[in-house]
Design a protein around this ligand. Sequence first.
Ligand code: C2E
Ligand code: CA
Ligand code: CA
Ligand code: CA
Length: 281
Amino acid sequence: AKAEGRGAYRFFTPALNEQMHQQFQLEQDLRHGLESEQLSLHFQPRVDMRTGHILSLEALVRWNHPRHGWIPPGRFIPVAEATGLILQIGPLVLRQACGQLARWREAGITPVPMAVNLSANELYQEALIECIDGIVDAFAIPPELLEFEITESATMRSIDRAVDILAGLRERGFSIAIDDFGTGYASLNYLNRLPVNALKIDRSFLADIGAESARHDQAAAIVKAIIGLGNSLGLEGIAEGVETRLQRDFLLQHGCHIAQGYLYSRPLPGARIEPLLQAGR
Ligand code: C2E
Ligand code: CA
Ligand code: CA
Ligand code: CA
């Protein structure tokens, strides 16, 4: 810190020190949590709004901390990315996702495809595809049953490499969705190069559908543009964060029929998804 000059010291206020301490504690706890199986998955259905049928599921990681209870991924995933722990969480999530698919298969329940999130640091790992192959083969999961979600901003970190890596995944039969679409300022030319199957419309845009009029109008324009873009590129459009019937009607009216959101279901543990899979198909 000395090399950065005296000015650098003024950032070490007691508040910042406290925050750093908390992050460090979180990292230690997460390291331990990974070893003692405190991480598990919930699954959120993606529904065809025209029929109500479940088309696929998204796997979302959950951390049950022994003292603090459930810690949301929005709090610990960024820490995991900053510390490299994500490179252990990623494979754990994929193993649990494949394990769940395999258990459903053994129980005679026809599984639906499962989407798994890949963070930017995982995406650019040298051994990514090898690691995925190893896990998927161990559970004998057909690649058509897996989709990887990658954020728009992760693909933009290094577009040429992202194109190569995604092409490798597609070659193996996996699907790819661009997550949080609309938040990363990708150009159209660039989107056209990415070998993807689906666009997920970010929840922040949906949240403003039905809001007061200026915000609604702006969000409506963006959502319509994303749906149109997806349709014209032959990509599936998935709307995230659908909470109201008004949002559902808006989406259907503008040509998007796949939704993931509280209107249909919150993320649920596997045991609670099971009856939905048996009934809803
Ligand atoms: P995401 O990938 O955009 O996941 C969607 C988030 O939106 C989930 O939050 C989900 O519970 C929430 N959501 C879905 N429908 C609604 C709705 O109708 N209303 C509202 N208010 N929220 C809704 P969650 O599970 O807290 O995850 C937050 C983020 O943490 C995820 O955002 C993703 O970026 C990250 N994450 C979660 N699991 C994993 C994982 O296994 N690996 C990685 N790398 N990241 C993960
Ligand atoms: Ca996601
Ligand atoms: Ca998302
Ligand atoms: Ca998001």
